[in-house]
Design a protein around this ligand. Structure first.
Ligand code: MSP
Length: 471
């Protein structure tokens, strides 16, 4: 029986167009999805856009568009970006999809009927950028550090509250005892645990003054807090898409560290309330930073995926994103750094290896049959499953005995081009077989390049155009 593998990315806010911060999460999830498909699993890979709430409504108003038109426009932009990057998502969910609205309303109603939702007054600071109420520990200089100060506002309203505190003991027990260790990496698991143990408050699940949202099913004067219905997307897609029921629970939610709490405390508590199985794992990564600050639109320090693709091509961009992926620590990125890596690893590395080998093979009139026995190098399974994508690439490029650099080195050291004909062909065949191993390993990362290289080395070899022109 083939096993299922359900992987998700956060659904991105449409208040703005994508930058490579969003892109790194989506590309990482895509690499995992492709890796699991190669292993024969039945994969469901979900991404999408988060379209309700004050922040999106504000952004639409600024552009003089209705929220609907605005959402259509930006959501399309996200979808296009993922197509451009060859992302293999099986579905793209939009929270304005009436089918999602229905499932989200039903799920909330169920929580309410279980007695886990009650009315109370909220007063405190709220960050429109984060779409969340702030606690003392969130503040830096009295405002949210991730967004401009004016987005931190004082808010007082009567809201529907969720009994999050009721679920704290159960959450603590689960996180402490669950062998699957559902929060990864360990540091984040400890962080959530400490916060739960410190004592937590119930949280507001509705908004009195946000029209752009899903009405509370039993109180049409309020809308569902955007984060609550956004989290439900992961479940709703499995309910309204045909044949997808079997995919719940998610095997892994991939996300950035700023939304850890929503996914590991609030979401899990909601699921506990309605008695649904919990996601197996939450993988939390760090940030791309530029000039020492988190890359974001509000801070104006960003690189767009379009910029990346136009300079480095699709697979070039995928490589650069994966090799700079902020798995555990923040990762400093810049176009200058990317250009350096591109030239070293792709133009002079893999690109040069393929072209010098193919050139010499053509001169020798070599015919090559497709390689059958392929597998992932030692350490790849482990590093991919830990989302340590820079490590996986380092294995393929540098540390495996069959790495790109070791084959390149052999080529140079043995001066293959000067060997007598018979020996030259023998060595070339070995090198091509090694390249075919590499090709298999890069499939999840650079699917088109892998296909191109496979094609070059099947049948009669002819010298190809450079895979990665030097910049
Ligand atoms: N809409 C919410 C998520 C709801 S999920 C139920 C949201 N959207 S967002 O557009 O702000 O996207 C946040 C996610 O984008 C982060 O968790 C991370 O995955 C990614 N990133 C955004 N900026 C990033 C960096 N600078 N670096 C790395 N990832 C970043 O939050």
């Amino acid at each position: 029986m083939t096993s299922k593998y359900y992987i998700t990315t956060p659904i991105y806010y449409v208040n703005d167009v994508p930058h490579i911060g969003h892109t790194c999460t989506t590309v990482a999830a895509d690499i995992l999805a492709r890796y699991h498909r190669l292993n024969g699993e039945n994969v469901f890979f979900l991404t999408g856009t988060d379209e309700h709430g004050a922040k999106v409504a504000q952004a639409a108003a600024k552009k003089d568009l209705t929220p609907e038109d605005f959402c259509n426009k930006i959501s399309t932009r996200f979808q296009k970006t993922w197509e451009n990057l060859n992302i293999s998502n099986d579905f793209f969910i939009r929270t304005t999809d009436p089918r999602h609205v229905k499932v989200a309303s039903q799920l909330l109603k169920k929580i309410y009927e279980n007695g886990d939702i009650y009315k109370d007054v909220y007063q405190g600071l709220y960050c429109i950028g984060c779409e969340k109420f702030l606690t003392e520990s969130d503040l830096e200089d009295g405002h949210c550090p991730l967004h401009p100060p004016e987005q931190t506002i004082n808010q007082k309203e009567e809201n529907w509250f969720f009994r999050l505190s009721k679920y704290a003991p159960k959450l603590i027990e689960l996180i402490e005892n669950d062998e699957t260790n559902y929060i990864y990496p360990e540091g984040k698991r400890r962080e959530v645990l400490a916060k739960l143990k410190a004592g937590i408050h119930d949280i507001s699940f509705s908004r009195a003054n946000v029209d752009w949202g899903i009405p509370i099913p039993w109180d049409k004067s309020q809308t569902i807090y955007v984060w609550v219905e956004a989290l439900i997307n992961y479940y709703s897609a499995t309910q309204f898409l045909e044949n997808k029921e079997k995919f719940w629970p998610a095997d892994v939610h991939v996300l950035g560290k700023e939304i850890l709490w929503f996914h590991t405390a609030i979401w899990q508590a909601m699921l506990l309330s309605v008695g649904l199985p919990l996601p197996q794992k939450t993988f939390v990564h760090s940030f791309y930073i530029m000039k020492d600050k988190k890359m974001s639109k509000s801070l104006g320090n960003l690189i767009t995926p379009e910029e990346l693709i136009s300079q480095f091509g699709i697979d070039g961009s995928r490589y650069l994103i994966a090799s700079s992926f902020p798995a555990q620590n923040d990762s400093n990125v810049s176009l200058k750094r990317y250009t350096k890596t591109y030239n070293a690893d792709l133009a002079n590395g893999l690109g040069n290896l393929v072209s010098r080998t193919a050139n010499l093979a053509e001169k020798n009139d070599l015919k090559i049959s497709p390689h059958k026995q392929v597998k992932f190098f030692n350490g790849i399974d482990k590093s991919i499953n830990a989302f340590n994508l820079p490590k996986s690439l380092d294995i393929i490029w540098n540390t495996d005995k069959n790495s790109v650099s070791s084959i390149n080195q052999r080529f140079t050291q043995e001066k293959v081009w000067e060997l007598p004909e018979k020996k030259q062909q023998e060595v070339l065949r070995e090198i091509i077989s090694d390249i075919q191993q590499i090709t298999y390993n890069i499939k999840p990362f650079m699917p088109t390049t892998a296909k191109k290289i496979d094609k070059i080395f099947s049948g009669k070899v002819t010298a190809p155009d450079p895979l990665f022109p030097r910049l």
